[in-house]
Design a protein around this ligand. Sequence first.
Ligand code: HEC
Length: 106
Amino acid sequence: MPRTLVFLALCALATSTTAAAVSAERQTELRDLVHQDCGACHGMRLTGGLGPALTSQALQGKSHDFLFVTISEGRPGTPMPPWRTQLTEQEINWIVDYLKTPEESP
Ligand code: HEC
């Protein structure tokens, strides 16, 4: 499939699902995953490391869909891995909301 089609399909998915679909229990697990697995590269407090900072401030100007695609597909040619095999679309949406919400951000 051409890249643009993949991108558009993902955008449609990103806007058609809601964070509410993720259970409270799973949210706790996702918080741990963000700080441990993502934190391994982005810093335990997500202030940056091998990868850039993922604080709400750092992500302010970046759209939900852009961040969703980055997490889902990774960034080919960089160490940023694709997460779509490990996380559902709802879970990736939840993570994007979590990262972008100032009071939730570490
Ligand atoms: C193996 C290291 C590694 C891991 C693990 C990792 N990342 Fe990344 N990430 C990177 C790198 C390196 C970049 C920068 C890629 C580039 O140069 O464009 C990046 C970029 C990003 C970006 C884009 C930021 C921006 O400002 O454009 C987001 C969002 C992101 N990562 C989220 C995550 C999330 C969420 C996780 C965990 C589910 C995660 N990353 C796990 C290395 C990693």
